[in-house]
Design a protein around this ligand. Sequence first.
Ligand code: FES
Length: 130
Amino acid sequence: MTPSHPQDAAPASPAPAAHPAKSSYYERHIFFCLNQRSNGEACCADHHAQEAFERCKSQVKAAGLAGPGQVRVNKAGCLDRCAGGPVAVVYPEAVWYTYIDAHDIDEIVESHLKNGQVVERLLTPAHLGR
Ligand code: FES
């Protein structure tokens, strides 16, 4: 049979994939809760979250990891895991960390953000929410 329209002769386009390949603008994205509460309730800002955020940003930049295709460090409001605070979460793995000091931040940068290895000792206990 002869096609009546040019598009009839075109090869069939492949069916869309059930889960089309995604490309992520950043390889990893870390969010630091910087929430400050004035009512006396626990909040990450009371545990040096701003300093940790700035430390992470500077370490990522110093390591040459910052930018598209690599790592992005962002501020966040309350992530609703205040009881585990101060917290930061890394995507796409959705790994939650509770850090204490600059050494912890440096380890997250070197191990997870640079090399993809989760820092088990800093994982936020799964049961800790708000
Ligand atoms: S104040 Fe940081 S998670 Fe809620």
